[in-house]
Design a protein around this ligand. Sequence first.
Ligand code: CMP
Length: 135
Amino acid sequence: MMERSLVLIKPDAVERNLVGKIINMYEENGLKVVKLKMETISRSFAAKHYKDHIGKSFYEPLIEFITKGPLCAMVLEGENAIERIRKINGSTDPTKAEEGTIRKLFGTSIRENCVHASDSMESAMNEIELWFNNN
Ligand code: CMP
């Protein structure tokens, strides 16, 4: 099924000049960039994006991290995009990610793991609305 997913290239990856390499990995896998912007987000916006994680032990440092500098937000489109992007990204924890995945190649910790992608059709719809249709 043709799907869209929200992808973030997080501040750690932008800081290390990895934007081009990461977008290239998605494009080489046949995914199309259909929306793209760069922004340093506020704490209140970050709280909306990560609302499902409020109260977890890693929440505060996650908000600090995601707001610390510019990130790149995009919508990628393709057949089964949501699952394919999650495979390309690899496991949340870079030490557990498969060889060749973005997080294995570039991630430095479970928090500073370079990329975020929607985990379901429902979250993709909500995240795309939040990032691209509300402002
Ligand atoms: P992401 O896919 O953006 O979704 C939630 C983020 O929280 C995740 O990537 C990581 O950056 C971070 N995260 C998830 N689990 C942990 C954890 N156990 N410790 C620290 N950060 C985490």
